[in-house]
Design a protein around this ligand. Structure first.
Ligand code: HXC
Length: 258
């Protein structure tokens, strides 16, 4: 499918989705968000895809929601259309693992979009921020909520109140990103991680995603019970038999997603 603001490549069971509005540092306008949520939903349905990598350009993952598009809107406009609501909920519902590969600016909605993904790999030049305060507004798709869970209250308050940017080293130290790599190695590293995930049982990777996300939604006791039952349920799969047999027979497992 041809898109105007994103590029999708399917490479060896991995969908590489690239935000592509270089003239606006990948600012998230309605077209881009619509295309992105449609492309991710399509990748989720495509049996050839086992993992997704979302990235931008070297200069910008995304510099936030498109300020030109938002500037003249009224409260009634944004409330009635529930600005960003439907698209972000579609992205949240994707069941295959999504890695955000972030180079350059990930600001405002860009930082929030990276946080909706399952984990973030950052290039050394990455800069994260929630600068909405400078525009007289606040974060709208997770910058006060997900960021707080990632980095804790103090840093989340600092970022949201001052609008300052966090570099890659601080982002890794704070738990916002899982790894930092030299900028030219970002895509190879993210694709390598995605291919590793693609080798696993797709049933188990979906269960991992659901279980880790459950940690954000519930109490520890309920989360632990959910995890244990999920673990038990995987004994109903052929992949559990294959994975354990392969270990005992000292060979590579051949998962069949059943
Ligand atoms: C629209 C944007 C944009 C944005 C950059 N551009 N960010 N257009 N919306 N968010 C455009 C610029 O207008 C400019 O276009 C071109 O991209 C290059 O940007 P420059 O500013 O010239 O680049 P530079 O000097 O390198 O500065 C980079 C920057 C700066 C630090 C990232 O662009 C910046 O501060 N951008 C805004 C960041 C921000 O406030 N984000 C939060 C948005 S609100 P022209 O045509 O002039 O060349 C938000 C709300 C989320 O995200 C809530 C729910 C999603």
């Amino acid at each position: 499918m041809a898109y105007e603001t994103i590029i999708v490549e399917i490479d060896d069971e991995v969908a590489l989705v690239k935000l592509n509005r270089p003239e606006a540092l990948n600012a998230l306008n309605a077209t881009l968000l619509g295309e992105l949520s449609a492309a991710l939903a399509e990748a989720d349905r495509n049996d050839k895809v086992r993992c997704i990598v979302l990235t931008g350009s070297e200069k910008a993952f995304a510099a936030g929601a498109d300020i030109k598009e938002m500037a003249e809107k009224s409260f009634v406009d944004v409330y009635s259309e529930d600005l960003f609501g439907a698209n972000i909920e579609t992205i949240q519902r994707i069941r295959k693992p999504i890695i955000a590969a972030v180079s350059g600016y990930a600001l405002g909605g860009g930082c929030e979009l990276a946080m909706v993904c399952d984990f973030i790999i950052a290039a050394e030049n990455a800069k994260f921020g929630q600068p909405e305060i400078n525009l007289g507004v606040v974060a709208g798709i997770g910058g006060t909520q997900r960021l707080t869970r990632f980095v804790g209250k103090s840093k989340a308050m600092d970022m949201n109140l001052t609008g300052r940017f966090m570099d890659a080293a601080e982002a890794e130290r704070s738990g916002l990103v899982s790894r930092v790599v030299p900028t030219p190695k970002l895509i190879p590293e993210a694709m390598g991680a995605a291919r590793k995930i693609a080798e696993k049982s797709a049933v188990a990777t979906k269960v991992v995603k659901e279980s880790v996300n459950r940690a954000y939604e519930t109490t520890l006791r309920e989360g632990l019970l959910f995890e244990r039952r999920a673990f038990h349920s995987l004994f109903a799969t052929d992949d559990q038999k294959e994975g354990m047999a392969a270990f005992l027979e000292k060979r590579e497992a051949q998962f069949r997603d059943r």
